[in-house]
Design a protein around this ligand. Structure first.
Ligand SMILES: Cc1cc2nc3c(=O)[nH]c(=O)nc-3n(C[C@H](O)[C@H](O)[C@H](O)COP(=O)(O)O)c2cc1C
Length: 196
């Protein structure tokens, strides 16, 4: 099958996760195009893909605007295919259950507001990369990390919070779901076994 993995990444972690998802899909013998949404032409056509995964990272409780601008004009096409959304953030790895619950709700609410109902939504812990932040972002992230992470936080190093097994399982599960759905849509598989 032909998969598209389109993502928006500000500091590079969603890009790494998108690459890993693409790698898993290729290992399962699928053809995969992986692209940062910013690199895609405005009129990029998703018609040739059997299934689409879109990823974005949470910054100040929201996603990069280009993700909405990519999704909205393509809603009719997205609704006709198996689709998934993966949300990369820090709060899902928080020690505070309230923060984790909020991290789960952000992508649900965002997709619902757009009128998009992906078959799968996955919330994945990203990274805190102090070495990449300027003065202001470093100060903000240090305050948040001290509140949410367990143990002392060292602002001179990076913290990768991603559970790669979760990423692999998400890619594999969605590939199977998409394959079954496409097969059903094409009438390859019977919807129910014949009686008797
Ligand atoms: C300025 C800034 C604001 C952030 N705001 C949030 C937030 O509101 N909620 C959250 O869960 N994570 C937040 N994060 C953490 C990012 O989602 C996390 O670092 C993620 O890995 C970024 O992905 P990217 O490298 O693909 O941009 C923030 C990070 C930065 C640098």
């Amino acid at each position: 099958m032909e998969f598209l993995v389109a993502y928006a990444s500000t500091d590079g972690m969603t890009a790494e996760i998108a690459q890993r998802i693409g790698q898993r899909l290729r290992e399962a013998d699928h053809n995969v195009e992986i692209s940062e949404i910013a690199q895609l032409p405005r009129d990029f056509d998703i018609a040739r893909f059997d299934a689409v995964l879109i990823g974005a990272s949470v910054h100040a409780h929201g996603y990069q605007h280009r993700v909405r601008r990519f999704v909205v004009p393509r809603l009719p096409a997205l609704r006709a295919k198996p689709t998934a959304f993966f949300s990369v953030c820090m709060a899902i790895a928080s020690k505070d259950p309230g923060e984790r619950a909020e991290a789960e709700e952000i992508p649900e609410r965002w997709a619902e507001r757009l009128g998009w109902a992906p078959q799968a939504i996955e919330v994945i812990a990203g990274a805190v990369r102090f070495t990449r932040y300027g003065f202001l972002r470093k100060a903000v992230m240090l305050a948040i990390a001290r509140r949410e992470m367990t143990g002392p936080v060292d602002p001179t190093r990076d913290y990768i919070l991603t559970d790669w097994q979760q990423v692999d399982a998400f890619a594999n599960t969605f590939a199977e779901l998409a394959q079954a759905r496409v097969a059903r849509m094409r009438g390859v598989l019977p919807v129910a076994p014949p009686p008797g």
